[in-house]
Design a protein. Structure first.
Length: 115
């Protein structure tokens, strides 16, 4: 039986640590499990674009997304998984992936990418 194949999309506020955490987790998964990641998308958004995206997703998805206040949204197979922490938990459960990056390093990534 073939292992499952996933389509993963990460959207987030460019200068947030949460987005950087999800982005780097996805990059790690692509590198180590390329046969199981059929397609991946990373969408860094500036403040205005993030707010517009979030409003559109809240309208489209309704329900619990109205209370969504995080700085990152992760979709697996076009279904909302949740924020970066939920994505890391999924990555640990699905691929036994553990993130090693400190908050300080994520902040450096945020500052560098925002330039």
């Amino acid at each position: 039986m073939a292992p499952p194949v996933f389509h993963i999309a990460v959207y987030g506020l460019l200068n947030s640590d949460e987005y950087q955490l999800a982005k780097h987790c996805l990059e790690d998964l692509k590198r180590t499990n390329s046969k199981q990641i059929s397609h991946s998308e990373i969408h860094p958004l500036l403040e205005y674009d993030w707010k517009s995206f979030l409003l559109n997703k809240r309208t489209e998805l309704r329900g619990e997304t109205w209370a969504f206040n995080d700085k990152c949204m992760v979709f697996i197979d076009r279904q909302l998984l949740g924020n970066a922490d939920q994505f890391l938990h999924w990555a640990k459960t699905t691929f036994d992936h553990t993130d090693f990056r400190s908050n300080e390093l994520l902040e450096v990534f945020s500052n560098e990418e925002y330039k």
